[in-house]
Design a protein around this ligand. Structure first.
Ligand code: PRX
Length: 688
């Protein structure tokens, strides 16, 4: 072990002592083996899972070099399995049917439920039978738009059980976004819930889904069924705020509830089916469909630089091995641990590390419906104490938000059960890392800063909590099977210390296989810039000790509270407003969200820039994308800084957004005087 310093933290000894990987020597030896002999390394791991048929062809076959032909990746050719069977049946058959799979914790602390593996399996089979009865079969796409309830896990596993493909859309997306994704996937079924309380706010999911279904049917997408979970009658509504003002929820109660307090929904009997009614009429047994390992498991939409989201497609076998293995090693999971990941299943973190990774390991997890600050700012810590959570996984944006309330809300609770604390979604600033370590972890935990992407399926660069001495802010070293390189602009590899494009040299089992319906987009987005490499779109630095520091996106993507957005996506929403002729969006650093949106708009003739317009524009982005994408700043731009060839010089806009006059060389602009004008027009609130 190196000497512990202010910049280097050794793994907690209580973790190392029992760890699956307890030293850097062991990590290096396992990592070497995973690269030298992937078949031996991953072949050993396949033995832990049920494969109905063994590998018949090549264990791994791929092409990463676009100049040599089509990009493809295939693992475990010819083998057959079912991921739902491996998540549930395997454990139930081993006598673990009564083990807790999830402690469900509602938005309100009064709401909680315990779900065992055996119960999950029965409900999954029931939903699978409901889907089959509606004609859903292997390869069909099922859209899911749900809150963080057990039914969401049940729905995704039921889809996987019958070989269909799930496309989960985060419950914070708007009707437009849901419809776009359903159209792209040509989904034949939607699964949703009546509504959910998120903190004091009501999210009327069914109402939004109804609007989305109207948009779909206007474009000739026939949806056979909208399966609706009745959730509102089971949960506690928010109480009036303690300061006497009506909480947001009270307004919702007036408009969305009838006199008896029942939640109202519009019902279209030609598509709408209540979940509980449908489940009561079917069997709780359903044989799994044995699938090829390279058959699709799910698609999940992520932002694309063209503004049109892309359906990242993952396949069954490789994703199963990879999420299971990363979960086991990155969190050092052992039976008896209680694990809590705060991510929503609507994002990749929830797919891989709320559902698949934990269930494949037979783990016991907390499934949390609410938000970190409701009904008080100690909610996470209260839950950790209540369930004696030992492995906790959250995002830097949440850590920063909670840090603002000081140490006291943390210190109120007994968090001594904690052993491993994870971080994901964006680079974690050392200040937040240290607070997480010292205040939440009481300097007696291992921190894992896990770098990965929707596309990578699971962690690709991460410390191992029993082995890796950590430097706050560094994601440290590649996971097993991952071969990292840094390239300069010309594609030359940077060896040793240096900074460049973060790329991967070969496939690991959990990587995406294609963009749904558009393989060419997959090839151009990830493989065209540097033939022979998967390009992450992130920059990274390697220090003299070989530690990797991910520095953030180097494309036109921004990361708001750990959620990727493309500037193009935001700009195309803004220009839909009749008063906007042109728009440019850039990222501005934000103390809690990491980055926020700062937008420049050029108006069409005759329009004036007023508060009402600003509010309308913010709303436009909310309704096209979702509330989480709402811009923090919108400023008037009589013109945009463009080169003579018409390309917007975004680095200048980024400088204006933060009030920095150090613009660099602007001589190539068609009209350099616009820069000064834009600087003067910065909104007052942006100067704080
Ligand atoms: O820029 C990186 C950042 O998040 C991007 C991936 O976003 P998404 O596909 O939405 O998946 C988020 C959850 C896995 C990456 O390209 N990112 C994610 N984790 C880290 C990170 N940047 C630095 N450090 C991390 N630990």
């Amino acid at each position: 072990m190196p000497m512990e310093t202010a910049n280097m933290f050794n793994p907690a000894s209580k973790v190392s002592k029992i760890s699956h990987c307890s030293s850097m020597e062991q990590y290096k030896q396992m990592h070497d083996k995973s690269l030298k002999d992937p078949e031996a390394f991953w072949g050993e791991i396949t033995k832990e899972f049920h494969f109905e048929e063994k590998v018949k062809g090549k264990f791994l076959d791929y092409n990463f070099d676009i100049t040599k032909g089509k990009i493809f990746v295939r693992w475990l050719e010819g083998a057959k399995t079912n991921i739902c069977y491996n998540c549930l049946d395997r454990h139930v058959l081993a006598g673990k049917g009564d083990q807790v799979a999830f402690y469900w914790e509602g938005n309100d602390p009064a709401d909680a439920e315990v779900v065992t593996y055996g119960e999950l399996l029965k409900d999954v089979c029931r939903v699978a039978n409901v889907l089959k009865a509606k004609g859903v079969a292997k390869g069909d796409r099922v859209a899911i738009y749900m809150p963080m309830v057990k039914h969401l896990v049940v729905a995704m596993l039921a889809v996987a059980r019958i070989g269909a493909v799930h496309s989960i859309v985060f419950g914070g997306y708007s009707a437009d976004s849901l419809a776009d994704r359903m159209m792209d996937a040509q989904a034949s079924v939607l699964i949703t819930a009546d509504a959910v309380w998120r903190g004091p706010k009501l999210i009327a999911l069914k109402e939004i889904a109804d609007d989305a279904l109207k948009l779909c049917s206007a474009k000739d997408l026939k949806v056979k069924m909208n399966l609706v979970v009745q959730h509102m009658n089971k949960v506690t509504a928010p109480q009036p705020a303690s300061n006497g003002t009506a909480a947001n929820g009270n307004v919702a109660k007036k408009t969305h509830f009838d006199d008896k307090g029942n939640f109202k929904v519009n019902w279209d009997p030609s598509v709408d089916v209540w979940w509980h009614e449908a489940l009561s009429t079917v069997s709780s047994e359903c044989d799994p469909v044995w699938m090829d390992t390279e058959d699709p498991l799910f698609m999940l939409y992520t932002s694309g630089s063209t503004g049109k989201p892309k359906g990242v497609q993952h396949t069954i076998g490789g994703y199963m091995l990879y999420t299971a293995t990363t979960f086991k090693y990155s969190f050092d999971y052992h039976q008896g641990d209680v694990y809590f990941c705060t991510a929503d299943i609507g994002w990749i973190t929830g797919h891989s590390y709320v559902t698949y990774g934990p269930l494949l390991n037979g783990a016991t997890s907390v499934l949390f419906e609410g938000v970190p600050t409701y009904p008080h700012t100690g909610r996470f810590w209260e839950i950790i104490e209540k369930y004696k959570v030992s492995k906790f996984y959250t995002a830097p944006t949440a850590i920063r938000a909670l840090m603002k309330f000081g140490d006291e809300p943390v210190k109120k609770y007994d968090l001594s059960s904690l052993a491993v604390l994870g971080s994901v979604g964006e680079p974690i600033n050392p200040e937040a890392w240290l607070w997480y370590y010292r205040v939440v972890g009481d300097s007696n935990v291992s921190i894992v800063d896990t770098f990965w992407q929707t596309e990578t399926g699971g962690h690709v660069i991460t410390p191992l909590p029993g082995a890796t001495p950590c430097k706050p802010g560094s994601a440290c070293f590649p996971f097993f099977g991952v071969d990292v390189a840094l390239l300069d602009e010309e594609g030359r590899e940077i060896k040793g210390e240096g900074e460049g494009y973060l790329v991967f040299c070969r496939p690991w089992p959990g990587m995406m296989r294609t963009v749904y319906g558009n393989h060419e987009r997959f090839e151009t987005t990830y493989f065209k810039k540097f033939p022979g490499f998967y390009c992450t779109g992130d920059g990274a630095r390697r220090d003299s000790d070989g530690y990797i520091w991910v520095t953030g996106r180097i494309d036109d993507m921004l990361n708001v509270s750990g959620h990727l957005l493309s500037t193009a996506q935001v700009e195309s929403s803004l220009v839909e407003h009749p008063s906007v002729a042109e728009a440019a969006a850039v990222a501005r650093p934000h103390s809690i969200k990491g980055e926020c949106l700062y937008c420049f708009v050029t108006l069409t003739e005759g329009n004036s820039f007023e508060d009402k317009l600003i509010a309308e524009l913010k709303n436009k982005v909310r309704s096209k994308i979702g509330a989480f994408a709402s811009p923090d700043f919108i400023q008037l731009a009589p013109g945009l800084p463009k080169t003579r060839s018409g390309k917007i010089m975004r680095r200048v806009l980024r400088k204006i957004a933060v009030g920095d006059k150090d613009f660099g060389d602007i001589s190539t602009l068609a009209d350099p005087s616009i820069v000064e004008k834009l600087f003067e027009l910065r909104p007052k609130e942006s100067k704080k």
